[in-house]
Structures are given as C-alpha cells and as structure tokens.
Design a protein around this ligand. Sequence first.
Ligand SMILES: NC(=O)C1=CN([C@@H]2O[C@H](COP(=O)(O)OP(=O)(O)OC[C@H]3O[C@@H](n4cnc5c(N)ncnc54)[C@H](O)[C@@H]3O)[C@@H](O)[C@H]2O)C=CC1
Ligand SMILES: O=C(O)C(=O)[C@H](O)COP(=O)(O)O
Length: 378
Amino acid sequence: MKIVADENMPDVETLFASLADDIVRLPGRTMKNSDLSDADVLLVRSVTQVNAELLDGTDITFVGSATIGTDHIDQAYLESRNIAFHHSPGCNADSVVDYVLAAIMAVKPADKRLSELRYGVVGCGNVGGRLSRRLERMGLEVLKNDPPLADLQSDGFVPLTDLSTCDVVCLHTPLTKSGQYPTYHLIDEAFINALKPGCVLINAGRGPVIKESALLSRMQQANDLQLVLDVWETEPAVSPVLLPLTNISTPHIAGYSLDGKLRGSWMLYKALCEHLGKSYQAEQKSTLQLPQPIDLEAGLPPEEALRRCIAQVYDIYQDSNAMRQALNERNVSLWAEAFDQLRKHYPVRREFGSLVVSTRDSVLAEWLTACGFDVKSG
Ligand SMILES: NC(=O)C1=CN([C@@H]2O[C@H](COP(=O)(O)OP(=O)(O)OC[C@H]3O[C@@H](n4cnc5c(N)ncnc54)[C@H](O)[C@@H]3O)[C@@H](O)[C@H]2O)C=CC1
Ligand SMILES: O=C(O)C(=O)[C@H](O)COP(=O)(O)O
C-alpha cells in the first residue's frame, strides 16, 4: 500500500509504517493528480483541495484530513467514487480555545476585569462549545449563537444580532456556502457596523466568514475595533491594508499546538486501521516534554495568576510579531509564501492542559482549572 501525505503532518512515518510499503511526503498546497497515480491513501491538511481534479483516474480508496475543518474536501465527489473519508474532529479544539483566551488577555482593555466584559461565541461545536464552557466556568457572561444547534436543542442560544452588545466576539463556525445557515460572509456590513466601539473581534475559524471589505470599511472610517485575526479571507495572501489595522495577526496557527497536530495524525491512523480491519494501540501515547510547572502563591489576584500561567505556555504576541516582521520585510507579492513558511516552521507549542500548576489557594485552583490548566491544589 502506498500513502501520499502532506509534508507538514507530524508522526506519519511512526504511525503508518506498519500499514504501508511506501510513504511519500509532498507539500500540500501544490499536490497534483499525477503525484497520486499509484497511491492508495491520501493524507492531507487544510491547504489541499481534494476534488475531481486531484483524484480523477487515481486508485485512491481512503482520504484522511488531519483537520477539524472540511471545506477543502469535496465530500460529494468522494462519496460518488466510494472513497472513504475521515477527518479529525476536535483534534485541535483545545489549542484554539487556548489561543482565544490568550488573545482576550492580551487585548482586553487594561482598566476592565474579565468579569466586566460580555462574551459572544458564534458557532458552538467542538471549539466554540469548549470555549463557552471554559468562559462560563470562569464565571463570565456568554451569549451563544448557533442556529443549527438551536434547531436541535432550542435552549441557550440567541440570534446573531444580539451579539452586537458583546465586548468580545469569537467566531468558530465552519466555512459553508450552502445549506440553511451558510457562513460565507456571515459577518457582513450589518453585523460589523452594529458592533460596539472597542469590541474585540476574534476570528480563529475560517477567513471568508468575515466579509473583509466591510471590516476594512469600518476600520478605515472609525478604527474602533480590536481585531484578532488568525484566518484571512484570501489566505495565504493577507490584505496589506487590513494587516496594520489588526491588534493581533497570526498565520492560521490557532490550532497549531503540537498536542493538537499529533492528535490529528493519530485520529487518521486509527480511522485507517479501522477501515483496513487492522488492530491498533488503544491509546495515543504522549512522549512530549511537559512545560516547566508553576507554583502560585495564595492570594494572587486571579487574572494575574491566569496571566502568569499563559505566559508559561504561550506568547501570542510572539506569533503576531513574527508574522508582521516576516511580511513587512518582504514585497507583498511574497507574503503568501512567507505565510506558509511561518506555518511550516511553527515552534513547539503545548496546550494549557499540559501545564501543571500548584497552588494552595482553593479559589485560584478552581479558577485556573476552569481556564484549562492541570491544577494540583492543597
Ligand atoms: N484557526 C485554526 O487553526 C482552526 C480553525 N478551525 C475552524 O473552526 C471551525 C469550527 O471548528 P469546530 O468547533 O471543531 O467545528 P464543529 O463542527 O464541531 O462546530 C461548528 C459549529 O458551528 C455551527 N454553525 C454552523 N453554521 C453556523 C452558522 N451559520 N451560524 C452559527 N453557527 C453555525 C455548527 O452548528 C456547529 O455547532 C472548523 O470548521 C474550522 O474551519 C478549526 C480548528 C483550527
Ligand atoms: O483543523 C483545522 O480545521 C485547521 O484549521 C487547522 O488547524 C489548519 O491547519 P493546516 O491543516 O492548514 O495545517
């Protein structure tokens, strides 16, 4: 069996060696039909468009995407050719939630406590659901918008327009252009113009969910939103006009904890084993080094404790500054390439849950557990 896999998927050789005679690694963005002529299995990330053009005439029987999102996959085509498809739902959801909490702490007004702000979450699945639960457990007020989920369980959701009263709005929908609730340009002029001055708008879902021209228009007229953009309408190309108007700008790395990436590869390994009727290890074993544990004195203000814990595992400004520097030192025509290079060479980042926090303060212990850390109290 021959596997062709994206070069940026970790652990493929270790996991899949026993299943394949040949494993070939290729850059995902430029994978083409002729690369797959004698392959049986294709493993991709979000940058490969998997469709008739890529697969017609090939003998691929299994496609795996080590991602949560599936907007790059023509699932109807795969079904029509009876090609099995699996992705990795939830694999990097905690990583995205960590990113959002780090972003909120980085850009929230210095004179406001977290509890003085109202939070809006659009899309409450794996990522938005976990984010909402963490925020609610932290005692914060959260307005949730998710029409497909609301249709199923009715309680606890509000219309999108209600979120214009929020101080922080986080976008976590898939990118869809059809169906009852399409998300393409969901965040349009009407929503953007209704946002409160000072609102923090965070997009760690998919770029085209925001109509960038409408965002640009508000920012050019009023420059009164705090923007945290991890995803971009035309990525890997980034708007050179929008970039300087953002507070935090990153190259689609919200889900790039090493934990999340390894989980994505593991989920595909498990799916392929099941597809082939082969047995596999019951659990994914982590060999990752833990971040330096942290001890927190009793009586520390909770937000200061959170700040120290986040600093131990993730510096979001480092990511943002790296992107700005890489783009600003190049001609705009080279930005797309630079964006992909930043993603390819992304440093090791661990999830909040990998940080062991010790404290005797039971209030802090409860709060930091809610924030997602591994707290040892007492
Ligand atoms: N920036 C990054 O690194 C990452 C981005 N993502 C993106 O985030 C998206 C969400 O991820 P998950 O939460 O795991 O997906 P999910 O499928 O678990 O949840 C998506 C939620 O969005 C809801 N939704 C769909 N249409 C909607 C609409 N019109 N308005 C409001 N809500 C709507 C769905 O009902 C569902 O509950 C992914 O599809 C992917 O595109 C995911 C991982 C990493
Ligand atoms: O899982 C998803 O969906 C994502 O957006 C991934 O974090 C994107 O990473 P790549 O697949 O583009 O490496």
